[in-house]
Design a protein around this ligand. Structure first.
Ligand code: NOJ
Length: 566
């Protein structure tokens, strides 16, 4: 794989044939994309927070794992009030993570290994430290500076009430009142997330133009695409009407219909515009929507032929370890996404949800974003969680389409439940006064070496979230080459998936294995997952992968197997 040398600002990258694909065979249709959460991946500087040189130094490990692409959560300049999802300069690297030159080095090194790189783009809101927001605060109500964000006059006699009843995803009101130049309380601004994350006004052409510039900045550097944060939230309903919150809904709106700030039709024009920009570039660049919508069919609206290329399949992630529910969500997904010309995607974990090695064994409801702590109901039994997680991944990686992995799941990492309150960092924890634990438990720096400081996360032992004492056995070096380890399971699955082109395959359901089975054929591979506890008699054939021990022709509960059949 040859790439032009390090990029300089506006230079356009020359792509070689190996990175050019034909229509229908684009890389993202079948890719396994590994999410790197930079602050918790690897820390070359030793300050306790991961960085870009840390990523570069572990790219060989990712190549060894067998993934096709990486997605990096934000590393752009940010005061880190929401771990980088509060961006103050979209076209620079935060010094915590390194420099633009470090980014270019990382990108080139990934491309040399045939690993594509997509970066996070956060267009719904900026940091309150962004130059534009600072200008807005200093400017008068109804000025052009304020028009880039959602400033409104308050209700009540003196504007003392917020403009509507919307709540922040992280808890508390979604509006904060500012103090005007005369020292008096004044207008309110909208923040669907933390008060340090003011929402842009996407009806303002200046905002749209600024994001075109930002897209081009990273495309010119050679990125392969963007994961678009809160892609269902940019446009708000006309007049900002009140919303009656649905207590059942996940915090990012997953189960709720008709929310005036999620999924508004006019948002699609933004992505049609961006799609046209990506198409100006060589080499198959892609947009992936983070859109929490109630169904796969709704999610597919974000990936129509002239919009984004992929959307995260959160309805799949939110499905319990239950065969009937899994069969249904897979079936619906396989119609919904290909129905609009997009590939199905699959995902089980990310930096916003309880890791699936714990989530799949929870015995009480746990809405997305709430997290779990020591006193949460329905605590998972670790062994059950790990068995289910391995079985769920073995099922997922046999499905046609593209799959997302989250760093550490290949080690079988569980959610860290007992993080002390004074070590927690998620704004959710603070905005709900500790009522919701939030997402720190899935963000703990990952273990590389069993016997090194911070398990090899860095050389100093510093870690921005405390790592559990029992993680030595889960460290990458403790699992490498160990038969039956979760790491070797992932490696085997990824190698077989690639060798047998399962991502480009198709799914044919198989009946006859009982209500607890998810059974299908993809090419010459028969896949059977047993979500129950009664063993299932297996058909003949060669077992090519299995999430747990399979003996005497029987598939135990919480286990998935791949069998080569004629
Ligand atoms: C979704 C991101 O995944 C999450 O981590 C972040 O807090 C919110 N969007 C706000 O940007």
């Amino acid at each position: 794989m040859q790439y032009a040398g390090r990029m300089t600002s506006a230079e356009t990258i020359e792509r070689t044939d190996a990175f050019l694909t034909t229509v229908g065979g684009e890389w993202w249709r079948t890719a396994v994309i590994y999410q790197i959460y930079p602050r918790s991946f690897a820390d070359a500087s030793g300050d306790g927070i991961g960085d870009l040189p840390g990523i570069t130094s572990h790219l060989d490990d990712l190549a060894h794992l067998g993934i096709d692409a990486i997605w990096l959560s934000p590393f752009q300049r940010s005061p880190q009030k929401d771990a980088g999802y509060d961006v103050s300069d979209y076209c620079d690297v935060d010094p915590l993570f390194g420099t633009l030159a470090d980014f270019d080095d990382m990108l080139a090194a990934a491309h040399e290994r045939s690993i594509r790189v997509i970066v996070d783009l956060v267009p719904n809101h900026s940091s309150d430290q962004h130059e534009w927001f600072q200008q807005a605060l200093a400017a008068a109500p109804h000025s052009t500076e304020r028009a880039r964000y959602m400033f409104r006059d308050g209700k009540g006699e003196n504007g003392e009430l917020p403009p509507n009843n919307w709540e922040s995803v992280f808890g508390g009101p979604a509006w904060t009142r500012v103090v005007e130049a005369d020292g008096e309380p004044g207008q309110w601004y909208l923040h669907l997330f933390d008060s340090s994350q003011p929402d842009f006004d996407w009806s303002n052409e200046e905002v749209r133009e600024e994001f075109r510039r930002i897209l081009r900045f990273w495309l010119d550097r050679g990125v392969d695409g963007f994961r678009v944060d809160v892609a269902h939230g940019l446009v708000k309903a006309e007049g900002l009407p009140d919303y009656i919150p649905n207590p059942e809904a996940g915090s990012m709106g997953g189960e709720a219909e008709n929310v005036p700030y999620w999924g508004q039709d006019a948002v699609h024009e933004v992505y049609r515009d961006w799609r046209r920009i990506l198409e100006e570039y060589q080499g198959d660049r892609a947009l992936a929507a983070e859109a929490w919508l109630p169904t796969a069919a709704r999610t597919a609206e974000w990936v129509r032929h002239d919009e984004m290329h992929q959307a995260f399949n959160f309805p799949y992630l939110e499905t319990k370890w239950n065969a009937a529910d899994l069969r249904e969500v897979i079936e619906v997904s396989l119609h919904a996404f290909p129905g609009v010309g997009a590939p199905s995607t699959w995902v089980l974990s990310n930096h916003d949800v309880v890791r699936h090695a714990s989530r799949l064994a929870l015995t009480a409801e746990n809405p997305q974003g709430h997290g779990i702590g020591p006193d949460s109901p329905g605590q998972p039994i670790p062994e059950v969680g790990l068995a289910r997680a391995r079985a769920a991944t073995t099922l997922m990686l046999a499905l046609p389409g593209s799959a997302y992995l989250y760093q550490g799941e290949e080690l079988g990492l569980p959610e860290v439940i007992d993080i002390p309150g004074d070590a927690r960092q998620d704004p959710t924890w603070f905005r709900t006064n500790g009522e919701r634990y939030g997402r720190d438990g899935c963000r703990v720096p990952i273990p590389w070496n069993a016997d090194a400081p911070a398990y090899g996360f860095n050389a100093t032992g510093a870690s921005w979230l405390p790592q559990p004492a029992e993680w030595a056995t889960l460290a990458r070096d403790a699992q490498t080459g160990v038969e039956g380890s979760t790491l070797e399971l992932y490696r085997a699955l990824l190698a077989e998936r690639r060798a047998r082109s399962l991502g480009a395959g198709s799914l044919e359901w198989i009946d006859g294995y009982g209500t607890d089975a998810v059974a299908f054929r993809n090419g010459n591979v028969t896949v059977i997952a047993n979500t129950g506890s009664t063993p299932i008699a297996l058909p003949g054939g060669i077992v090519i992968a299995s999430s747990g021990p399979v003996a005497d022709g029987e598939l135990p509960g919480d286990t998935t197997v791949w069998i080569e059949t004629a």
